[in-house]
Design a protein around this ligand. Structure first.
Ligand code: ZN
Length: 159
């Protein structure tokens, strides 16, 4: 193989990766489905427990609590962007908190795990559990999306 063809392949691969990583969510995404065994293989045990079993990580355990950089928070299951850093705030709960998700990124359902109903929310593409939404958030939405850090992947904005 010549040097020039190697160079061409390298350039093409880089361009494709960059485009895929910077496209935010828009509208209803196509579903991303795997079997339970495939999820177990794909995810860390901690991420699997939250995303696929609706577990909750220990408060204060996520490094993302202290994350202050600009960027996007993607679903750790399927990489769909769910939140922008512009909507993250310090809620004092010990979980990464946001007041507004990206359009079309989340689905919700009501759960009764703590007897009192709570609104569960999940990634709209892979249906991985992310957290619960409460009505005590800051303006403009008044909502608090209380998210498990292990269910998210932070992607810093390229400068
Ligand atoms: Zn997902």
């Amino acid at each position: 193989m010549s040097f020039l063809s190697l160079l061409g392949l390298g350039t093409k691969a880089t361009a494709t990766t960059a485009t895929a990583a910077t496209t935010p969510a828009a509208g209803a995404p196509a579903p991303f489905r795997l079997t339970d065994a495939e999820w177990q293989k794909r995810l860390s045990p901690a991420a699997y427990r939250v995303l696929r079993r609706e577990g909750t990580e220990a408060a204060g355990s996520s490094p993302l609590n202290a994350e202050k950089r600009k960027g996007f928070y993607h679903c750790a299951g399927c990489d769909l962007p769910l939140f922008s850093s512009d909507t993250k705030y310090e809620s004092g709960t010990g979980w990464p908190s946001f007041h507004t998700p990206l359009p079309g990124a989340l689905g919700t359902k009501t759960d009764f795990k703590l007897i009192l109903p709570r609104t569960e929310y999940h990634c709209a593409r892979c249906e991985g559990h992310q957290g619960h939404v409460f009505n005590d958030g800051p303006r403009p939405s008044g909502k608090r999306y209380c998210n498990n850090g292990v269910a998210l992947k932070f992607v810093p904005a390229s400068t």
